[in-house]
Design a protein around this ligand. Structure first.
Ligand SMILES: O=P(O)(O)OC[C@H]1O[C@](O)(CO)[C@@H](O)[C@@H]1O
Ligand SMILES: [Fe+2]
Length: 192
């Protein structure tokens, strides 16, 4: 079977909102993140109230081959569940040995990372900063500000997403507001 030859193309992403006029985004309301925030009572009351949109992102339908790159914007809205900042689900790549680059277009936040060996790290996003997620690190974007956090990402197209590990074990650390400032604490729900 011969693979379809891709033609060059151009796509728009707004520098402030992250929105594209050319594509539809994938949206994740809070109800899609059951069990991921530490405070289950605050979670239940928020989804019963208005089930806020926590984040959205653009996925391109390029062939998932090693030579292609997937890219797009990730848009995390400001907000908290209890005292924990709005964040993405986070994932390992199915091909664990895959790195990814995120470039911040607007807003303020962080990328929280951990690898299966137990190392964890946090890097901060502000406009103009590029964060490198090395191979083997699960990654989750967190909005630590009052505005929308917009990043542009790219990674090899065959890498895949492994959500199961994070959904069952959780993250080792979480970021909460203490005295008006972000603080990194151990995740009480984390399972070895
Ligand atoms: O996969 P999550 O944690 O739900 O977050 C989605 C983001 O991660 C990506 O898969 C890139 O790593 C993007 O498609 C999107 O921005
Ligand atoms: Fe990723």
């Amino acid at each position: 079977m011969t693979e379809k030859v891709l033609k060059p193309f151009t796509i728009d992403f707004d520098l402030i909102t992250g929105y594209s006029q050319a594509k539809n985004s994938t949206k994740r309301p809070l109800s899609k993140m059951k069990g991921m925030y530490a405070d289950d009572v605050a979670f239940d009351s928020a989804i019963q109230n208005d089930d806020p949109l926590v984040y959205e992102f653009y996925e391109l339908d390029l062939p998932e081959t090693p030579g292609n790159l997937l890219f797009g914007t990730s848009i995390v809205y400001p907000g908290k569940v209890g005292d924990e900042y709005f964040m993405t689900k986070g994932h390992f790549h199915t091909i664990l040995d895959t790195g990814e680059v995120y470039y911040c277009l607007s807003g303020y936040g962080a990328m929280l990372m951990e690898n299966p060996e137990g190392d964890w790290d946090i890097q901060y996003f502000s406009p103009g900063k590029a964060v490198y997620v090395p191979p083997r690190y699960a990654h989750r974007s967190i909005n630590l500000g009052n505005e929308t956090l917009v990043t542009f990402f790219t990674f090899r197209a065959d890498a895949g997403h492994d959500y199961g590990t994070i959904e069952t074990k959780g993250y080792r650390k979480l970021v909460v507001e203490r005295d008006g400032k972000p603080e990194i604490i151990d995740n009480p729900k984390w399972k070895e």
